[in-house]
Design a binder for this molecule. Structure first.
Ligand SMILES: NC(=O)c1ccc[n+]([C@@H]2O[C@H](COP(=O)([O-])OP(=O)(O)OC[C@H]3O[C@@H](n4cnc5c(N)ncnc54)[C@H](O)[C@@H]3O)[C@@H](O)[C@H]2O)c1
Length: 356
């Protein structure tokens, strides 16, 4: 049933049984309105393979919105391989699985290209690339654009600069909009750790957090305050930066927040869409994650698809600051959330009344 929550508006969903592993390789193509679909390849454990299918449907739709909002000529897609609980993914089986994924991507004949995501790396793309040319983000020595997380961090910094300016940070002495603002970064992985370094260079005062206590070393090195995740999320700061897993913004946590804005790279931050309104009611600015985390895809598409030089990719990633400033202004003048303005922008670019 088109448009129903049971069956969203996806152009195609292919589930193939890997010839080598027998594992289900799920490829969801949500939309190719703006161009051939692209999106990461997730290898993850799920209680049932159908849970992986649900993830593929949701994540591919989110990719459509991300590309459209970034003004890129790509549609949204996603690969998910749902590993059964307890499945032992030995190096040999992993190689076989990546070959199965390569065959499944190749069978779509260019309608979808894959890339790293949770559970896959740039090196895995080299193995997939032995079976298909429709693959992004191989390491640079293999002809790809490499790890996207530095560009993702740069893009989040750009979004944070726009929000910092809106909050009145740093402007008086011209040293940048983040100087003197207090930010809490929750999650210090590939993106979060680099972002913390950039924020420190930008003169922000930092609260840093991760479930991995080993990351405390970074906090010490940057002279930041270390906090437990919940404590950091609810700290009295200007901006909270979710940089770990999704679903962190729940209706329960909103009343506990003591920040003025939430802006970060973590995917799917809202537990349910209505949380955007609850944040607005509390006067907390929230920038949707598909805007704040778009730096990585902007970089990859600019270098690999548009064949433009690194400098131009960096410029485009920095353009997120301008995009966010515009969204903030439109949200203010319309008296609506940034999420609502973003959704309107995406609908307009896709020429559709329904994002499915
Ligand atoms: N890597 C990219 O280019 C990219 C692009 C777009 C979006 N994202 C999103 O950004 C987020 C971070 O990506 P990454 O590549 O840095 O991932 P990562 O796996 O390298 O890092 C995640 C970090 O979060 C920590 N963590 C996990 N649960 C936590 C919790 N409850 N509280 C605090 N810390 C917790 C982990 O210990 C780890 O250090 C993810 O949501 C990812 O989907 C990443």
């Amino acid at each position: 049933m088109p448009g129903s929550p049971q069956w969203p508006h996806h152009e195609s969903v292919v589930i193939s049984s890997g010839a080598r592993t027998g594992l289900p390789v799920i490829i969801a193509v949500h939309s190719s309105v703006l161009g051939p679909a692209a999106g990461g390849c997730r290898i993850w454990r799920y209680p049932r393979w159908q849970d992986g299918l649900e993830d593929a449907l949701r994540l591919s739709a989110a990719m459509t919105a991300k590309f459209a909002a970034a003004g890129l000529a790509c549609g949204g897609g996603k690969t998910v391989v749902a590993l059964p609980e307890g499945y032992d993914l030995t190096p040999d089986r992993r190689h076989d699985l990546l070959s199965d994924i390569g065959d499944a991507v190749e069978a779509l004949d260019g309608r979808y290209a894959t890339a790293p995501d949770v559970g896959t790396s740039t090196l895995d793309m080299v193995v997939i690339g032995e079976r298909t040319s429709h693959v992004f983000c191989k390491p640079t020595e293999h002809g790809g654009s490499g790890d996207s997380s530095p560009a993702t961090a740069d893009g989040t910094l750009a979004a944070l600069r726009a929000v910092g300016a809106r909050l009145g940070g740093g402007a008086a002495d011209g040293t940048g909009p983040l100087r003197g603002l207090r930010l809490a970064v929750v999650g210090l992985g590939n993106v979060g750790s680099r972002l913390a370094e950039l924020l420190s260079e930008a003169g922000a005062e930092l609260v840093l957090s991760d479930i991995d206590a080993g990351k405390r070393e970074l906090a010490d090195r940057l002279g930041a305050t270390w906090a437990e995740p919940h404590e950091a999320l609810t700290a009295e700061v200007d901006i909270v930066v979710p940089a770990a897993l999704g679903g962190v913004l729940t209706e329960q946590i909103v009343p506990e927040l003591r920040c003025r804005a939430v802006v970060g790279p973590a995917n799917n931050q809202l537990a349910v869409p209505q949380v955007a309104d609850s944040l607005q009611t509390r006067g907390i600015v929230w920038v949707p994650d598909h805007i704040a985390s778009a730096g990585g895809v902007i970089h990859a598409v600019t270098v690999e698809l548009d064949k433009r030089p690194e400098d131009e990719a960096r410029q485009r990633v920095r353009g997120i600051e301008h995009t966010v400033a515009g969204l903030l202004q439109d949200a203010d003048s319309g008296g609506v959330t940034v999420a609502a303005v973003t959704e309107e922008l995406v609908r307009a670019r896709l020429g559709t009344p329904d994002l499915g």
